[in-house]
Design a protein around this ligand. Structure first.
Ligand code: MN
Length: 244
């Protein structure tokens, strides 16, 4: 199983979560929300082959943490994965919208200047704006839109640009999310938990809750669970090969 967007460092006992992921032989992308969190979070995954750590600056935190951007840019040459980054157009984050855009544009340019990276991108209520920035900075690398919740026509644009998508149980529980997932090219989809932020059955989502997303995707794709899992693993290999 694959959890391509998870905040391992934000669980009360991250070591236990990591051990459980390892026991289940899961592939995990551990995303961070601030550049300062990167070294500690990346240390958590030391010795775990299937867990990778991404350096990020969450758009919702840009108001307070913009000054940490140089730290992120400094570490970019040694990190292959970047996230969580992006834009958030919800009213509460609009007071620092211009800072969000400045940080995101700078990040994309910097990714391009080091040869491209694999990015886990947040686009809530800002799908158009995120896609425009990605379009104007084509060398930034492989873009994985996490928990995409835009309109069908934004999704089509993302597909045309060549984006990837990570989808989780929470997204696939609703009709709107299912409809979007059904329109995504099967070879561009990965699973994610977005734990512990996302909730699952009334408690924080755990990485292995992606199992439910695999079941949903299998049903959307009309495949067996085993074939859906094969498809997802082959997608992960494709993504990593695309941005080698
Ligand atoms: Mn997240």
């Amino acid at each position: 199983m694959i959890d391509f967007h998870c905040h391992l460092d934000l669980y009360p006992e991250p070591e236990r979560v990591i051990r459980e992921c390892a026991a289940r032989r899961m592939y995990v992308l551990s995303v961070t929300t601030t550049p300062r969190a990167w070294s500690g979070t990346s240390a958590l995954a030391t010795g775990y082959e299937r867990i990778r750590t991404a350096i990020g600056l969450h758009p919702q935190l840009v108001g307070d943490r913009k000054r940490e951007l140089p730290q992120l840019l400094h570490l970019l040459p040694v990190t292959r994965y970047v996230g969580e980054v992006g834009l958030d157009g919800s009213p509460e984050f609009m007071p620092f919208w211009r800072d969000q855009v400045e940080v995101f544009e700078k990040l994309l340019e910097s990714c391009a200047s080091v040869g491209g990276r694999i990015l886990s991108v947040h686009s809530r209520r800002a799908e158009n704006e995120v896609l425009s920035r990605i379009e104007s900075c084509s060398g930034a690398g492989a873009i994985v839109l996490h928990w995409f919740s835009g309109r069908t026509r934004d999704l089509q644009r993302a597909i045309d640009i060549g984006c990837w998508f990570s989808v989780g149980p929470a997204m696939l529980r609703g009709k709107a999310g299912q409809k979007l997932a059904a329109l995504m090219p099967r070879s561009r989809v990965l699973t994610e938990s977005d734990g512990p932020f996302a909730s699952h059955q009334g408690r924080p989502a755990m990485p292995w809750d992606v199992e439910e997303a695999v079941r949903e995707l299998a049903s959307i794709w009309r495949l067996s669970i085993a074939s859906a899992e094969d498809q997802l693993l082959s997608n992960l290999r494709g993504l990593v090969a695309e941005q080698a």
